[in-house]
Write a protein of this length. Structure first.
Length: 531
């Protein structure tokens, strides 16, 4: 659950009302024939609603609703309060240094839900005559400059619950010419749960890959001959490269990751490995708000990534300077890091559990786990976040302490004296953090150029293995939402996954159904929400 919201008068009134209704319902006399399995659906629902722990969750949900409603009213009626969710880096660092992670999360949560407008720089130029007037959205983003296709993060990340995915009508239309739909790259908004733990394991994989290349270099220097480095980390094989005595590396043919050997788990193509850079980009692409750190990073490519405004502090030429602070992206990255993971929740019905078990077995037998690897692990809960550019904001968050439940937990209780966990902390995202050739039917006509020059570009037929956790709550499926059901998504697979796709298609209806029952258990913890 999310951290408990502060008690407000509105929340107390609503909770009192809810409590009174629950109390009245509990006092209604009923005889045994109207209770239990023979009870009406309404009464059964009521009986479930007052189980132990539910009242506490309801109070928390109502308080969160009251706080959010009050904040939205304030922002809507007082333009001077609309910058409350834009925070400086010193504020973020202060909360982290004081160990106030719950407060940090609450501020970040408010920023995630906050509505942006022209007063604080939302949208691209030209500057409107009256910045208080709402700006029209621009669903078609203009190249790498983005646009204004949403007013808040929550507006597209809420399908299935808070921090969820988007619906088909919320597809992001990236890198277009600003005029025609056919020029855009279409992306389904994914859920954002568990990203912090993917970032942790990605960094540890990079360290292992760097060590393997360094060892091959040492051997090449000793023999005077090129050596082959087999890139294997955490049991995942990324391919092989040739390392020369002078330290140069021939990575021709390596497609699983970029040739800088950075693991980028975020984005359908593997676009970002850093949640701060991801957040900074999202503020501009979706809200049209540029941070000074992003302005600095892309100053040498301003025409392509920022805009053609002559004012260094207002490259998007909308009349608002320094629209976002470097601390804002770090704050959002903190939020994404601390969010809990999705869950694996097998059905409770005994007969359906057997079907689920059959589906789990078939998932492995037909080869799905070759790419959608069920378990990964990491050694260190500490996530390090640093603002882009020359700004010196750097924070460390211990997700073992600050993470929001569900948090992956160490189940090996025998760390060595240095704290090393022999088998690591396991979690279950169902991905191998590699790019794969998915065949011509899913291929895009152009490669995606990564924002980091050393990352190169990703060919149209290559896609990062999508984590399957949270799958049940985030339809539609595939990168552009073309698959309304899991069944359709499987049948769209091709290239390296064609054999597994064909094996699935060869299953009978009951077996296909069993596999889908298993996939539908990859869901999330229930969240009580008051809207």
């Amino acid at each position: 659950m999310y951290p408990q919201a502060r008690h407000t008068p509105q929340a107390c009134a609503l909770v009192a009302l809810v409590g009174a209704v629950m109390a009245l319902g509990a006092c209604v006399p009923v005889d045994s024939e109207h209770t239990g399995p023979n009870a009406s659906p309404a009464l059964q629902t009521h009986q479930q609603a007052i189980e132990p722990g539910t009242e506490e969750e309801l109070i928390e949900a109502v308080e969160l609703y009251a706080r959010t409603s009050a904040e939205q009213f304030t922002i809507a009626t007082d333009p001077l309060e609309r910058g409350d969710t834009l925070v400086p880096g010193i504020f973020v660092r202060g909360l982290v240094d004081a160990g106030e992670f719950e407060t940090l999360f609450l501020f970040a949560d408010e920023s995630f839900e906050a509505e942006r407008d022209r007063v604080f720089g939302a949208g691209l130029g030209p500057a409107p005559e009256n910045p208080a007037h709402p700006s029209p959205t621009a669903r078609l983003q203009l190249g790498e400059r983005g646009g204004l296709d949403s007013s808040s993060c929550r507006s597209c990340h809420f399908n299935g619950g808070p921090d969820g995915g988007g619906t088909f009508s919320q597809l992001g239309l990236f890198r277009s010419d600003g005029q025609t739909l056919g020029s855009s790259t279409q992306r389904d908004a994914p859920h954002v749960m568990g990203l912090g733990y993917l970032a942790l394991v990605a960094r540890e994989i990079e360290v292992e890959l760097e060590l393997e290349i360094a060892l091959a270099h040492d051997l090449a220097q000793f023999t005077g001959e090129p050596e082959t480095a087999f890139l294997d980390a955490k049991g995942i094989y990324y391919g092989e490269v040739t390392v020369f005595p002078d330290g140069s590396v021939d990575a021709e043919g390596l497609t699983t990751i970029s040739h800088d050997f950075k693991v980028r788990p975020f984005g359908f193509k593997g676009r970002h490995g850093d949640l701060v850079a991801l957040s900074d980009e999202a503020f501009q692409l979706h809200h049209g708000m540029q941070s000074m750190s992003r302005t600095e990073v892309f100053d040498d490519r301003a025409d392509e990534y920022l805009g053609d405004g002559s004012n260094y502090f207002d490259r998007d030429d909308d009349g608002i300077q320094s629209e976002s602070t470097p601390g804002q992206a770090v704050l959002m990255a903190s939020y994404l890091s601390m969010l809990g993971t999705p869950s694996n929740r097998p059905p409770e019905d005994p007969e359906l559990v057997l079907v689920w078990a059959q589906g789990r077995r078939l998932f492995t037998e037909i080869g799905c786990e070759g790419c959608h690897r069920s378990e990964l692990s990491f050694q260190d809960y500490n996530t390090h976040l640093q603002s882009q550019g020359t700004d010196d904001l750097f924070i460390t968050i211990d997700l073992g302490v600050a993470g929001i439940d569900p948090v992956p937990r160490d189940i090996d209780f025998t760390p060595d004296p240095e704290g090393f966990i022999p088998n690591g902390v396991p979690f279950y995202p169902f991905t191998d953090l590699r790019r794969h050739d998915m065949g011509p039917e899913l291929a895009e006509p152009v490669a995606e150029v990564l924002p980091e020059p050393e990352g190169g570009e990703v060919a149209g037929n290559l896609w990062m293995t999508r984590p399957l956790w949270g799958l049940a709550d985030t339809p539609p499926y595939l990168h552009d939402g073309r698959a309304p059901t899991v069944h359709d998504a499987i049948l769209w697979h091709g290239g390296e996954s064609a054999e597994s796709r064909d094996a699935y298609a060869a299953l009978d209806d009951d077996e296909q159904g069993a596999l889908r029952v298993f996939l539908m258990s990859l869901t999330r913890e229930p969240v009580m929400l008051v809207e």
